[in-house]
Design a protein around this ligand. Structure first.
Ligand code: ATP
Length: 366
């Protein structure tokens, strides 16, 4: 008999490897996903995220490792026998069937009694707010509506695990943002556990409660969106998620409660010790919105550097400044448009001073 999992390990991926011939597409990946959680696999093209999703669906088998869902080892189970449903980017709707019949398709194929098919389809139409579109064909719907039909069809069979492959890839930016919220609300209201794949970091951060950043078949970091953004553990993750300034230097002071890192343009004062050695090469990451600008240098400020404005991009809520530093490096600074400098906003060619607090920095040793 299978053992019941704790809620924190409803889906358990244990040391999963996938080789295609000599090529390792997924490399020793382990993960626990909690019941009801929305988890995102995030990474650029070719990192192995779809291969991992396809192994969860049963379209590929792991070369080694185990996938356990709700206490059941999925090894050897073909896709149609898994309590898993996958929604594809292309939606894969049947063009000749109505919305109603598209949603009913899998239920009828499974031989569910007519009354139950009707009840489930109606429930799904209500859930996805497609009630008035039941008689339409897919081509008579907008992209966002088609996407909801695909979701309704995926949820109709009440899977234990819902897999989303680039769920909003076919929608334009504005519709994507709106649909992200709708999709999460529907998934949450059903309570189904969900693993999604995306290369779009905003999508992963908005929709998922936790995510894994993948590169070359491996998980580089797993955590909540804020953890990954605020405390990336590698240079790759810091650079991949959001905008960042990465400054390379070496450790010049390392004490239990403070440290200094010498970089070409500035000495970084860090408010804690670092596990390293004097002279060790490290990278300091500072997000552009954590940097403040002044017209004159602040007295006794640490982490302060002079720059010349050489690009200004206005984004409505904030303005992104590119400062040229003495070494020739660029420092990106985001200033909220509400928070204007007393003497007016800097323009191209202005001299400014950038400063940030010791806690605004993350020291990366890899
Ligand atoms: P994308 O976002 O472009 O879909 P991905 O991160 O999902 O990328 P995968 O589709 O998982 O990447 O592919 C990971 C790697 O494995 C790629 O280098 C790909 O070429 C390779 N790969 C995938 N499927 C096969 C296959 N059937 N045979 C050989 N190599 C494969």
């Amino acid at each position: 008999m299978s053992t019941a999992p704790g809620d924190s390990a409803f889906l358990r991926i244990e040391s999963v490897v996938k080789d295609f011939g000599e090529f390792r597409a997924v490399d020793q990946v382990s993960l626990d996903v909690a019941r009801g959680e929305i988890f995102a696999l995030l990474g650029s093209s070719g990192c192995g995220k779809s291969t991992l999703l396809r192994m969860l669906a049963g379209f590929e088998s792991p070369t080694s490792g185990r996938i356990v869902l709700n206490g059941q080892d999925l090894a050897g189970l073909p896709p149609y026998r898994r309590p898993v449903n996958m929604m594809f980017q292309s939606y894969a709707l049947f063009p000749h069937l109505t919305v109603w019949d598209n949603i009913a398709f899998g239920l009828r194929r499974d031989g569910l009694p007519k009354a139950e098919v009707e009840q489930r389809v109606e429930e799904m139409l209500r859930l996805t707010q497609l009630g008035k579109f039941g008689k339409r064909k897919p081509h008579q719907l907008s992209g966002g509506q088609q996407q909801r039909v695909a979701l309704a069809r995926s949820l109709a069979k009440k899977p234990q695990l819902l897999l989303l492959d680039e769920p909003l890839g076919a929608l334009d930016k504005k519709l994507r943002e709106q649909t992200q919220v709708e999709l999460v609300n529907i998934i949450r209201s059903v309570g189904v556990t969900c693993v999604m794949v995306t290369h779009d970091q905003e999508e992963a951060m908005t929709m998922a409660s936790r995510l894994a950043v993948m590169s070359e078949g491996r998980f580089l970091q797993v955590g909540g969106p804020a953890d990954i953004y605020e405390t990336p553990t590698t240079r790759f993750v810091a650079d991949f998620i959001g905008n960042v300034n990465l400054m390379d230097g070496t450790i010049t002071l390392d004490e239990p409660d403070r440290a200094e890192i010498g970089c070409p343009d500035v000495v970084h004062h860090i408010g804690h010790g670092i596990t390293g050695y004097l002279g060790m090469p490290v990278t300091v990451a500072v997000r552009p919105e954590k940097i403040h600008l002044t017209r004159v240098p602040l007295d006794q400020a640490h982490n302060q550097v002079r720059g010349i404005v050489h690009a200004v991009s206005y984004f409505g809520s904030h303005t992104l400044y590119h400062l040229k530093l003495a070494s020739g490096a660029t420092l990106k600074v985001n200033v909220e448009n509400e928070e204007r400098l007393h003497s007016g906003n800097p323009v191209m060619g202005d001299e400014v001073w950038a400063n940030w607090s010791p806690t605004a920095q993350v020291v990366l040793t890899q």
